[in-house]
Design a protein around this ligand. Structure first.
Ligand code: ZN
Length: 1058
């Protein structure tokens, strides 16, 4: 019988409910209390399952309703109830049904002056209130009025009671209906007054819990629109700001400060950006309709508030979630290979892009290959032996003589013939040795360089000072040379061009693969939408990686809070803010009224520049607005601008206030980059990481819905402070190391001139014209045939293809630096490069989106499209570079020459390290938890080989960040389309962090251009090892590669035992 199984507990519970004998009730309560005090959660859950909650609630109701309630029963009963109620998910509902809420409220009212009884009632109410429906019901039944009576006015007499009451109130106000009631009854003012009283009287911080609960009450009330309005009306911003400002930086007050910050940010009235329109300042007439709408005036009334809570990002974790529901699980879509639309006629054009397959190399009989010795070329051959995979030892300059590696090995100097692989081993095993000389973020490398150079370069300084007296010499100078070709009459032009020539004569230019004269020549052919006529000095003069790598910036505690308080101060004390527009593309007339001596000067009308507006808000603080992508209303993230007229050693704060990404590596150690012209002229032409007090957070600006088709899109502030190294310098600041289209064209020109044409087949062609009228370069690199004998030609024509592309996203300049490393390595005299050229034909499209790069876009083409979402059906009219890249790949596929590897270089803003995204059907289905029988098809696991190799040989690479999933949202990216439609099994996106590495030898360091270029070179090495591991490679190749890599068996793993 079931009765027999009735446990002792159930007997106790049923007796409790049915008994009216006070003595036995007390006894049972005592037994239950002992039972639960000794036990674990399991006992409580067991009791709940046996109807414990109901029995206790019923006893409460019965006992409380007697004419003279017995508190010897009620108090232990309530303590039990609290214990059980906290673990019973349905406790609220049960209490409601048994009418325990009302009973408890009545009990509390009766005991307002009896501390011990009252606090028990408050504990019970807190448990009831923690369920939404019962919380609302308590509100309706007057719980808040009761609590307010308990906590007001301010008193230090019954702090235990007050603490419990504020805690209940905070829980009750989580319910929106309670918050509304609180607003309607004017409780918000009372809460603010209490907050002020506690804040001012609790000097020794003994009652943090009460103060915290009061703030939680305010936080919940301000989750609703009327709450925020009441808060603003009651001067809540001012009150919270003034009462808590003194605690900034006091870590022990975190519990208070973080809530205050949340309230202040939430209540800061939302407004539109200080811009005339959300659309890009530049528009350009392109074929077809543009994806984003026409220019649109921002309307103040257009915001819809969601009232969502927002956490203080000081404690944010960095990892972003990956969404599984985006995975492509349709096996048909994953495995089908659609027919491509190119006609035979169209395909013919790609024959001309593969001249290596038809060329007969007759010229080999005549040409010696060493003929180039013109004036201009003389300086170029020095790069042939340039160190392509430099040692990562950050504390020392790379390729300097007499340098010691961390192990004490003598390092090979620049002209060594076998630097790369010998060094690789050192790299991956060095570990922490490279951290020796970390550089303070505050002044960056200048701390070091100034100390070192101040004595030795006095003469240089005098010279550069003289040069710097020509204001504003850098822009004018380079622009005038440039304009000179069109307007030769201006005398000023003559002066400045003379200045520039003198500069170039006085200051040696030893930036490898760069030449200012070539840059100027190339820039004349670069077509920009705004018609840029000025060159940015760093692009023209060149950048050389600084001798030391820079560590990531350590974030000081509370930086973001301090910055947000400064933002909020603008609202509270508007008289302390200047709001002086000092630069604006939209309102150029404003600049004439500005007193130029008291503020920085800004400029960005040069290639890749994109500053739209600068507003001075305090003496040393500026709000900056970036231009949207051309023909767009969005994508502000990349920035590049010039700043001058600064004072040295003053902390300037910059706020880029219209960023769009939700989070940024600027919160996790990344710094922006700066180039100082004075430093460059002193022989340090470096882009360096600078800035401190850096953080990235959501601000109070909202974009109106009409402009983006969504409601009140948020904007984010990137804030950083910079201390400039020199007075009256000219500095450039950028999101990341700039790399312009003109820089690419210059580089290709110098590369072509540098190669040994006897050995290297280097073909620079035009893939197509962009919408903006710029040629998109296509480069072919392979080894020259030994002779034009049919055997040698045959060998060349049978080499497998490798296809590498980059910079489809213009803001990802890191991709171009990686590509630079790849190109330089492939044409170099390094024997590994030689073997690579003899083994493969490389087809390289180094910049898929020249127009975007030129015009300072972050993401899009001139049609406002993300070109890496156009690969499924590109059109020759609308996306010519994508159309023809795909066409070329399709052509190679159609003649049976499908590339071994396709790789698209990108930059990643959320993650650290360098890593690959590839494509695997099985991994995708498995990850999505699909039940499809994956054994019915076989999948070559070869897609994992290259990442595994790179993980071993490339210091910045991390296989743990790689992913091989095919997402629906990526169906139209290069990686997925080339894999699925062209059939390239090893089709990848290679992502390089904007920030730095958190593993390997570069752990803790930010990416420099050296590390990026090294990655590009090492990628090629990876291709060689990949070939060595493949079953198709010839025995001759194995012998050659083994001879080159033999001593590197530790790196190569088991390839010799395949
Ligand atoms: Zn990208």
């Amino acid at each position: 019988m079931a009765e027999q199984e009735t446990s002792g507990l159930q007997v106790l519970l049923s007796t409790l409910q049915s008994s009216s004998d006070r003595e036995s009730i007390r006894n049972i309560l005592q037994v239950l209390t002992e039972l639960l005090s000794a036990g674990t959660d399991r006992r409580i859950h067991y009791m709940i399952s046996k109807g414990g909650s109901e029995a206790l609630l019923q006893t409460l109701v019965d006992s409380a309703r007697t004419p003279s309630p017995d508190y010897n029963i009620l108090l232990p009963l309530i303590r039990l109830l609290v214990k059980v109620g906290q673990r019973d998910k349905k406790f609220g509902q049960k209490a409601l049904e048994l009418e325990a809420l009302d009973v408890t409220l009545i009990l509390a009212r009766k005991n307002l002056s009896h501390n011990q009884n009252l606090i028990h009632c408050l504990w019970a109410l807190q448990v009831f209130a923690s369920r939404v429906t019962t919380g609302a019901m308590l509100g309706i039944n007057g719980a808040m009025e009761l609590l307010f009576k308990v906590i007001t006015p301010y008193s230090r007499k019954r702090t235990r009671i007050i603490r419990a009451a504020t805690e209940v109130l905070a829980v009750l106000l989580k319910s929106k209906s309670n918050s509304r009631r609180a607003v309607n009854r004017g409780y918000l003012n009372g809460l603010l007054r209490l907050h002020q009283d506690w804040q001012s009287h609790d000097i020794s911080n003994d009652f943090i819990q009460i103060r915290r609960s009061l703030l939680l009450c305010l936080k919940h009330i301000t989750n609703i629109q009327s709450g925020r309005e009441a808060f603003l009306g009651a001067q809540g911003m001012e009150i919270l700001f003034t009462t808590t400002q003194k605690y900034l930086g006091n870590q022990s007050m975190d519990a208070i400060l973080s809530i205050v910050i949340q309230i202040l940010r939430k209540c800061y009235p939302k407004c539109s950006l200080p811009l005339a329109t959300a659309s890009s300042y530049y528009s350009f007439s392109v074929p077809g309709s543009i994806s984003s709408g026409p220019p649109c005036i921002i309307n103040e009334d257009d915001f819809e508030e969601d009232g969502e809570e927002e956490e203080d990002q000081d404690s944010d974790s960095e990892e972003t979630k990956e969404e599984d529901d985006d995975l492509e699980t349709d096996l048909k879509k994953l495995t089908s290979k659609p027919e491509l639309a190119w006609t035979e006629e169209e395909m013919k054009q790609y024959e001309a892009m593969c001249l290596e397959l038809s060329h007969n190399f007759q010229e080999l009989e005549f040409k010696s290959g060493d003929e180039m010795s013109s004036e201009e070329d003389r300086g170029i051959h020095q790069y042939t032996n340039f160190c392509h995979i430099p040692i990562p030892t950050s504390s020392k300059g790379h390729c300097q003589e007499g340098d010691k590696s961390p192990q004490g090995l003598e390092r090979e100097d620049t002209n060594s013939q076998d630097p790369p692989l010998k060094q690789m081993k050192i790299m991956k095993s060095t570990g922490d040795a490279i951290h020796e000389k970390k550089i303070s973020g505050k002044l960056g490398p200048y701390l070091v360089s100034n100390d070192q150079e101040e004595h030795s370069s006095r003469r240089d300084e005098l010279n550069s000072q003289a040069a710097l007296k020509e204001p504003p010499w850098d822009i004018e100078m380079s622009s005038c040379i440039y304009e000179n070709t069109f307007l030769p009459s201006s005398t000023r032009t003559d002066e400045t061009s003379v200045t520039m020539s003198k500069l170039l004569e006085s200051y040696s230019m030893d930036v490898p693969f760069h030449n200012p004269y070539t840059y100027i020549t190339k820039s004349e052919r670069t077509k920009s939408v705004p018609g840029f006529k000025v060159l940015a000095f760093p692009d023209f003069w060149g950048h050389h990686s600084p001798p030391t790598s820079q560590s990531m910036l350590e974030r000081k505690h509370g930086v973001q809070r301090a910055k947000i308080f400064e933002d909020i101060q603008r609202f509270i004390q508007p008289d302390k803010v200047m709001s002086r527009v000092v630069f604006s593309l939209d309102e150029p007339w404003l600049l004439q009224t500005t007193d130029a001596t008291e503020c920085l000067k800004f400029f960005s009308a040069f290639e890749s520049g994109n500053l739209r507006k600068a507003i001075q808000v305090r003496e040393f603080e500026y709000d900056l607005l970036i231009n949207a992508d051309v023909n767009c209303t969005q994508h502000q993230q990349w920035f590049y601008f010039k700043v001058s007229s600064m004072k040295a050693a003053m902390p300037y704060r910059f706020n880029v206030i219209n960023c769009e990404k939700v989070n940024s590596q600027f919160n996790y150690g990344m710094q922006p980059t700066m180039y100082s012209v004075k430093e460059a002229l002193r022989g340090r032409p470096h882009w360096v990481r600078v800035g401190y007090d850096i953080c990235y957070y959501k601000n109070h600006y909202r974009q109106n819905s009409a402009a983006v088709g969504s409601q009140g899109k948020c904007h984010y502030t990137l804030t950083f402070s910079v201390t400039f190294p020199h007075n009256e310098d000219v500095c450039y600041l950028a999101y990341h190391y700039p790399y312009t289209y003109t820089a690419l064209m210059t580089h290709l020109d110098l590369l072509e001139k540098s190669v040994n044409h006897k050995k290297v087949y280097f073909q620079h062609q035009v893939l197509c014209q962009t919408l903006g009228g710029n040629p998109c370069p296509l480069v072919t690199i392979t080894a020259m045939p030994e002779s034009n004998s049919s055997d040698h030609l045959q060998q060349l024509r049978q080499r497998p293809y490798q296809v590498i592309v980059a910079r489809v996203h213009p803001g990802e300049s890191n991709a171009s630096w990686v590509m630079k490393g790849t190109l330089e390595f492939l044409v170099s005299s390094d024997p590994i490069a030689g073997l690579l050229r003899e083994s493969f034909i490389f087809k390289i499209i180094p910049m898929l989106n020249p127009d975007g790069v030129i015009n300072g876009n972050h993401r899009c083409s001139l049609r406002g499209e993300d070109l890496n979402r156009q690969w499924l059906s590109p059109s020759s009219q609308h996306q010519p570079t994508i159309y023809h890249t795909k066409g070329l790949l399709h052509y190679l596929n159609s003649i049976g020459r499908t590339p071994v590897v396709f790789c698209d270089f990108h930059g990643h803003s959320q993650k650290k390290n360098v890593f690959l995204y590839g494509c695997s059907i099985k991994e995708t289905l498995w990850q999505a938890g699909c039940t499809v029988d994956t054994s019915i098809f076989t999948e070559d696991v070869g897609y994992r080989t290259l990442p595994k190799i790179l993980d071993k040989v490339a210091p910045a690479f991390a296989i743990s960040s790689c992913s091989f999933l095919v997402e629906k949202s990526r169906a139209s990216t290069a990686r997925v389309v080339v894999w699925r439609e062209i059939g390239v099994l090893k089709s990848y996106t290679m992502e390089s962090s904007y920030c730095g590495c958190n593993q390997g030898p570069y752990k803790g360091l930010q990416m420099g251009t050296r590390e990026l270029e090294e990655m590009g070179a090492t990628f090629c090495l990876g291709l060689l090892i990949l070939q060595l591991k493949s079953l198709t490679c010839s025995s001759q190749f194995v012998a050659q590669a083994s001879a080159l890599l033999g001593s590197r068996e530790d790196i190569l793993g088991h390839q010799f035992h395949r």
